[in-house]
Design a protein around this ligand. Sequence first.
Ligand SMILES: Nc1nc2c(c(=O)[nH]1)N[C@@H](CN(C=O)c1ccc(C(=O)N[C@@H](CCC(=O)O)C(=O)O)cc1)CN2
Length: 286
Amino acid sequence: MSAQILDGKATAAAIKSDLTARVAALKERGVTPGLGTLLVGDDPGSRWYVNGKHRDCAQVGMASIQRELPASATQEEIEAVVRELNDDPACTGYIVQLPLPKGVDTNRVLELIDPAKDADGLHPTNLGRLVLNETGPLPCTPNGIVTLLRHHGVEINGAHVVVVGRGITVGRSIPLLLTRKSENATVTQCHTGTRDLAAQLKQADIIVAAAGVPGIVKPEYVKPGAAVLDVGVSRDENGKIVGDVHPGVAEVAGWLSPNPGGVGPMTRAELLVNVVEAAERAVGAA
Ligand SMILES: Nc1nc2c(c(=O)[nH]1)N[C@@H](CN(C=O)c1ccc(C(=O)N[C@@H](CCC(=O)O)C(=O)O)cc1)CN2
């Protein structure tokens, strides 16, 4: 078997085309949605992602506000920029690029973001809304995964999804999305405390690999025909992306998200969706 591709690039392009029309409609009402980013430090990967987000904004006609601080920035300096973005009327929504440098209290920074401007959907208020089934911005990577599966007609309803990882941006929140009535999946969450990862993965109709451990999902752990989403981003000695999914999985899985070209572009597209929706909510168009 050779897995069919869960094409994140093409799916993200379709989302951005829809957003271009929605941004144009907002502009006709005198509102230009703007995405803000705060990058602290000079990690080349983080800078690449942030630049990509600003390129996406330009592509759909959105404004963008780019703020940067050196790796030596103090907690107070970072929080001061967060407060500025909260108060900036040109900024509809924004993100603080993660990870923040060692020594910074990430949770304190994330909690300071105005929940109405939380483009990542990671503020405790918005995660709480998700738990309570209330409307709000959804975490971008988990929402991108759900959209990618739906776009390719992969059945989520009734599926057994096994998530590997419990990080802030994906693992922690994706079970909340997948177990909503609208998705209706059964979710098992695996992490470093899981005794027999292989046994858990063998049960999965859908695998979300977000551990950040290269090749942790091996072909022999995957049920033939399963859908496999590779979220992990590690780099080899040449700087090439190495995902959490072993290349041999392509011979067993029914569906596979490439990495790059799968979940990454979807994360960026859903970020724009959150900002456009915030702007639409503000003018009463959502
Ligand atoms: N505040 C946040 N920080 C981080 C998040 C996040 O969702 N919010 N997620 C990751 C990084 N990330 C988004 O910021 C991200 C990762 C990957 C991509 C992407 O488009 N990747 C490309 C390949 C890129 C490459 O070649 O290096 C792909 O998969 O095709 C976009 C966004 C951590 N931080």
